[in-house]
Ligand binder design. Structure first.
Ligand code: GPQ
Length: 831
């Protein structure tokens, strides 16, 4: 970095960066400045878009002052170890509210807008959330960076600035149709671009052997083509602590040289094509979730952002001329699943090829600079890349991976003489069905620590998915249970509950969530229960308004609100929830029960299916079909309602979760790594109906058995049934309720008599049912009947719900981050 060429003579140019004042007057001034000189419009003729953009820029300038001050303090306290969080996804949600509350500007901004004749609510609604992630994994990254800033941890987060984020979901005749998410179309007021800082990234070509000056034989990469990475900074404010951290996202652009070369050859169209080709790298987020896409463009994305990030760290964050041998004392890169794992051979390449380190020394350094988080237990979700593709796209990296593997296998043969089967199982290179690179193995070999995301998940990682590795390196494996940020998912999303908690136990809980335990004493207090129910009721009114306005859905009032929101995936078992709804409906229309005796229930679904995931899309169609039929049937007498608002996203989650009574966490045991929605619901006073899976296990332990509706097989029971041979047809034949539900679907009752529309779904359920929905159906039904009985006693229900809030402070992502800091990263925090 350089400063002015001579000492500034103006005192104004010397002092620290000055934030606009935290007053209504100061805010109005800054806002009008942005509106007039940023947007170039007078207030009188400004549109709401102008006003929103100016407001966002104004808030950003307050953040920027803190961001510069945070950076100055960090520079002053160098050298200091940092964490570099590498993630292909950040599902951020809207920025405005979060920034206002972190900086304590909410009231000032509201009053300032009022002084300008503007209702800030109208502007808030203008913001399009940056959906740069698919689901849990991306949202987790967003929660983690919020907590890192709140803890004042020296950290930087790296990712991709996708031009199009997760698709916007619409329904046409009940079927999912995807629309592009043009989140940048009306500007990017939160991003700070630095197009002048270009980072070149190479691809393709070949490697060649040569003899270096020291007489050693070396390899050199002669790339075939390249692109430029452009830096965009986004500010990540800590809560009420003055810290603002950086989220650095990369955008791809064609190199000028490349263009010029073709231009000179006279082919304008070809030059433009090259431009498009390069820019495609950061064009769109792959909408896949827990299913890796083996597409070349995706590997290009992965290498692109990782190469930019490491280069950026080494050249901009580290002081000039620092010694790369000190790297392990200066950085630890956290690998958010396997998407950024190509960083391991990339750092090796830099150390060996560019810094001339000996292989062994470079490997010793590299291994200490990474830690790997695994987020799945589905074997088919573990990323592999064909060797042929890797060789073509990243030939030098492939060479490096081969050598890492060779030495690793040598060590294995020494540790396990004669056990060639084990050596093959553990190899980074798989031979079947195609020669490919197993990214999870590469990550495990190249990391100091490997962690799962909930206690059960980490145990199963050790015992099953990565068992060979945990036998070899038991100390490398650890657990860090996921968490969620209470700033966004309580304070911002649930102001009514926030008010009640604060009036009851005081302020500090928002950044010290264990303090929620102080609410336990109030679970028996009738007055507090009353207020707690009033909060829920107010939140139900709020979601009723939101869904009416957003989707034209009219929620009935006075119902238990039963919510299942998450990506659509067979292992999560939306189909099981569907069978339950059909059974409730069947009971009502068959006259089996007196509708007047039934607890009125509204079920709300929210779920996007990966565009290429056929069965998931069929499930969406069926849910919509069932909703349409149930909601229109007068025999239901207002006792059951099904809503499926399209395009579930962070913005909707913030309104929906606080209103829920019942949280559906019904994955097949041993399949959901953690879940994080489950934590958000419990913290907002919903009770969970759930299997013994992921973080449900820890939620139940903490809230107590009596405050959690457990059902279904546990993981050992699942394993045993599968070993015996699972036959879904047996359950269908022997359970009359189940048979009636499936028959009703199969009859075409929900699809205007069309049986063909449901035959694939029903056929799969009866003959395959990979995730054992039928085996857990009876247990689920019984648990739902317990829910209904419990809900009938509102005093008892309130007690349980309050205890859920009071006992789940553990699930703050602040605690997750402290765990990583203490047990994996070993960095110092200094807010
Ligand atoms: N998760 Cl492998 C994703 O959201 N996407 C993925 O590609 C993979 C995992 C989820 C996982 O399914 C949830 O159980 C976790 O709670 C979440 O990651 C965060 O760890």
């Amino acid at each position: 970095e350089t400063g002015p060429t001579s000492e500034p003579t103006s005192p104004l140019a010397r002092g620290p960066v000055i934030s606009p004042p935290h007053t209504v007057e100061g805010f109005v001034k800054a806002f009008l400045h942005e509106l007039n000189f940023g947007q170039g419009v007078p207030l009188a003729t400004s549109s709401q878009t102008d006003q929103y953009l100016a407001l966002a820029r104004t808030v950003r300038s307050y953040l920027m002052a803190r961001w510069l001050e945070t950076a100055r303090k960090r520079r002053a306290s160098q050298p200091q170890k940092m964490v570099g969080y590498l993630s292909a996804e950040y599902l951020l949600g809207r920025q405005l509210d979060n920034a206002l509350s972190a900086t304590e500007l909410r009231e000032v901004a509201t009053d300032a807008m009022k002084a300008c004749g503007i209702d800030i609510e109208d502007l808030r609604a203008q913001e399009v959330e940056p959906g740069l992630g698919n689901g849990g994994l991306g949202r987790l990254a967003a929660c983690f960076i919020d907590s890192l800033a709140t803890l004042g941890a020296p950290s930087i987060a790296y990712g991709i600035r996708y031009e199009f984020g997760i698709f916007r979901q619409t329904f046409v005749d009940g079927r999912q149709v995807e629309q592009p998410d043009a989140w940048l179309s009306s500007g990017d007021p939160w991003g700070v671009p630095h197009p002048e800082l270009e980072v070149p990234v190479n691809f393709g070509g070949h490697t060649e052997r040569y003899v270096g000056e020291d007489g050693r034989e070396r390899s050199r990469w002669v790339p075939g083509w390249g692109v430029i990475g452009l830096r965009y900074n986004y500010m990540v404010p800590g809560y009420h602590n003055g810290v603002v951290n950086t989220l650095r996202l990369w955008r791809a652009r064609a190199t000028n040289a490349f263009d010029l070369h073709i231009f000179n050859a006279g082919d304008y169209a070809e030059a433009v094509r090259a431009q498009t080709f390069a820019e495609n790298i950061s064009k769109v987020l792959y909408p896949e979730d827990s299913t890796p896409q083996g597409k070349e463009l995706r590997l290009q994305q992965q290498y692109f952002f990782v190469a930019c990030s490491i280069k950026d760290f080494l050249t901009h964050t580290m002081p000039k001329g620092f010694d790369v041998r000190e790297l392990p004392e200066r950085i630890i890169f956290q690998l958010n699943d396997t998407h950024p794992v190509i960083a391991i051979p990339e750092l090796m390449r830099i150390l060996v090829d560019e810094h001339d380190l000996e292989w062994d020394q470079a490997w010793g350094i590299t291994k200490q600079c990474f830690a790997y988080t695994c987020h799945t237990l589905l074997p088919e979700a573990l990323e592999v890349w064909p060797v042929s593709l890797m060789e073509r796209l990243l030939p030098r990296h492939m060479e490096i991976i081969y050598r890492i593997n060779e030495e690793f296998l040598d060590d294995l043969r020494e540790a396990y003489p004669g056990d060639e089967l084990r050596v093959r199982r553990m190899s980074i290179i798989a031979d079947h069905p195609e020669r490919s690179v197993r990214m999870a193995h590469l990550a495990t070999v190249g990391s100091v620590k490997v962690n799962g995301v909930a206690a059960l998940h980490s145990q199963l990682l050790k015992d099953k998915v990565l068992n060979d590795f945990s036998e070899l390196w038991p100390d490398r494996f650890t657990n860090v249970t996921n968490g969620v940020t209470p700033r966004r998912f309580i304070r911002q999303s649930n102001p009514a509950l926030t008010g009640l908690i604060t009036e009851t136990i005081g302020k500090g809980w928002v950044s010290d969530l264990d303090r929620l335990a102080e609410l336990q004493a109030y679970s028996d207090d009738p007055e507090f229960r009353e207020k707690f129910r009033a909060v829920k009721a107010a939140n139900k009114e709020r979601i009723t308004d939101v869904l009416a306005k957003r989707d034209g859905i009219q929620l009935p009032q006075g119902h238990m609100l039963d919510v299942m929101v998450k990506r659509l995936h067979e292992y999560k078992r939306q189909s099981l929830k569907m069978l339950h709804i059909v059974t409730l409906y069947d009971r009502l229309i068959s006259g089996e029960v007196d509708p007047a005796s039934v607890t009125p229930r509204t079920v709300v679904f929210g779920a996007k299916a990966a565009p290429g995931y056929h069965m998931a899309k069929e499930t969406i169609f069926l849910i919509n079909s069932i909703a349409k039929t149930v909601n229109a049937d007068p025999r239901v007498q207002g006792r059951l309602f099904v809503a499926f608002p399209p395009n579930y996203n962070v913005t909707l989650a913030e309104k929906l979760i606080p209103a829920a009574d019942l949280s559906e966490q019904i994955s097949l045991a041993g399949k959901e790594a953690s879940g994080t929605g489950n934590m958000k619901f419990a913290l907002n006073g919903a009770l969970t109906i759930g299997t013994d899976d992921g973080a449900n296990v820890e939620i139940r332990e903490l809230v107590g058995d009596e405050n959690f509706f457990l059902f279904g097989m546990d993981e050992p029971a699942v394993a045993e049934l599968q070993a015996r041979g699972y036959r879904p047809g047996d359950y269908y034949e022997s359970d009359a309720n189940l048979k009636r539900a499936i028959d009703l679907i199969a009859s075409g009752h929900f699809t205007d008599g069309n049986r063909d529309a449901v035959s694939a779904f029903v056929g799969d359920l009866l003959s395959n049912d990979r995730f054992l929905a039928l085996a857990d159906y009876a247990s689920y039904l019984e648990a739902q009947d317990r829910v209904e009985a419990a809900y009938a006693d509102q005093e008892e229900w309130s007690r349980k719900a309050i205890l859920n809030v009071a006992r789940t402070g553990f699930f703050s992502s602040d605690r997750s981050m402290r765990d990583y800091i203490d047990r994996i990263w070993h960095i110092k925090t200094n807010a």
